[in-house]
Write a protein of this length. Structure first.
Lengths: 115, 107
């Protein structure tokens, strides 16, 4: 069965860079789309972007200038990097398999931006 | 950007009752719509895609309908495990967007 697990810091300082990793089991990152989605009380669910197995990416225009999603197929994981973090980026971040309507999600990781 | 709206915000109903949740898109999205269920402390779970196709393992009491700009999710007989928040998501146009959710709680 497909499982995804996010890892990374729970607390990030303003202006710092957020780096998250999603470890995939039960599926191969050499297949399918791999997504990041976040959820906050203020903005609700927000689709961040995805990476395809061939490395093609698509980002939400609202985040595009700050965002990088990359794939590490030997480790069967993928990552998100978001620079210049602000309080508005505080959210639960989910990795998920599939796009445009992901069918398997990780449990999520709370990321808080605070000094 | 396509805006998604959902109604009602909160729906209070008793177990065994039939409920219908609504989702509206700000422009035509054909049948490019998914429904998700989220329980407290859990990730969303996809129930429906293509507006009306149930995911594997989703009970038949869940049904989706609609196309264009108006969509519905119907639960034919509410079970205790169905009390949750339900979100719709359009995937016709980038950026992909979600509705604000409908909370179904116990009356």
């Amino acid at each position: 069965q497909v499982q995804l697990q996010e890892s990374g810091p729970g607390l990030v300082k303003p202006s710092a860079t957020l780096s998250l990793t999603c470890a995939v089991s039960g599926a191969s990152t050499t297949d399918s789309y791999w997504s990041w989605i976040r959820q906050s009380p203020g903005k609700g669910l927000e689709y961040i972007g995805y990476i395809y197995y061939n490395g093609m990416t698509k980002y939400n225009p609202s985040l595009q200038s700050r965002l990088t999603i990359s794939l590490d197929t030997p480790s069967n994981q993928y990552s998100l990097k978001l620079i210049s973090m602000t309080a508005a980026d505080t959210a639960v971040y989910y990795c998920a398999k599939g796009s445009p309507a992901p069918d398997h999600w990780g449990q999520g990781i709370q990321v808080t931006v605070s000094s | 950007e396509i805006e998604m709206s959902q109604s009602p915000v909160i729906l209070s109903e008793s177990p065994g009752q039939r409920v219908t949740l609504s989702c509206r898109a700000s422009q035509n999205i054909s049948s490019n719509l998914a429904w998700y269920q989220q329980k407290p402390g859990q990730a969303p779970r996809r129930l429906i895609y293509g507006a009306s196709t149930r995911d594997t393992g989703i009970p038949a009491r869940f049904s989706g309908g609609g196309s264009g700009t108006e969509f519905t999710l119907t639960i034919s007989s509410l079970q205790s495990e169905d009390f949750a928040v339900y979100y719709c998501q359009q995937y016709d146009n980038w950026p992909l967007t979600f509705g604000p959710g409908t909370k179904v709680d116990v009356k």
